[in-house]
Unconditional design. Sequence first.
Length: 290
Amino acid sequence: MKLFGPFFRLGTSRRLLAVAAALVGMVSLGIGAHAALNKRTAEPVKVAASDQAESTAKPSTRIALVIGNGHYPDANAPLTQPINDAHALTSALRHEGFDVDALEDATHDDMVRAVARLKSKVRADSVVMLFFGGYGIQVGRESYMIPVDATIWKEADVRRDGVSVEAVLDAAKEYGASAKVVVLDASRRNPYERRFRAFSHGLAPISLPDNSLLLTSASPGRVADDSTGLNSVLVTELLNHIDTKRADQPQAAEAIFDQTRVAISRASDGAQVPAVSSTLLEEVSLNVGH
């Protein structure tokens, strides 16, 4: 027994070492498999979360503020077309991929808050569109959109209660919008004119920042009478030319505005001639093609 004792102990130690190594290998394999399984199940969650964050954070590149004001206490009768126009244009722009903030019979505070919301959405690649239907007044060669709660007895009240078109354009530029598009259906006879000392028919020429496009229902200093239709002549023609169901490619906004201007001028035998002004540095489209 003494002769075989060392060899027996040596053999036993080797067998124990082999068993221990095998156990360690099995444990390592188990840990590795568990980690791999966790990694496989975690990866899709990570991708999904990333996609969700990207879709949530990605802003709209086509933003519009649409305002239709019709019920002015100082006017002889309500304006029926601006609200209908705002509804129709909102529907058309949303169909073309715009994120639209639509207001009806907006007060001064409503309009100020809406402009603030617009600014909060603007990004470097944003195309910003503003539509206003209602009464517009020029004071000091600047044009103002008039809210329904304005109390106007003199020109200074317009500056206090109105919202400057130029100020909205400058804000969009300041916040980095790549292009600014404006449609003003507000060249109506001023209901407050009898209270003013100075003549203030229609809108003043609007100073546009770079990369801007403007369509007004009449030339500066001129007025356009409302038609008897559900929508104004300007918005009716504008929607006809934005609608491109038969077009394969988007149309340039400037071309759409020019087509609208020509159509209205011809239909009215020159009695109403919309104005188009542009400082565009690149082509901008209002529709996406179909």
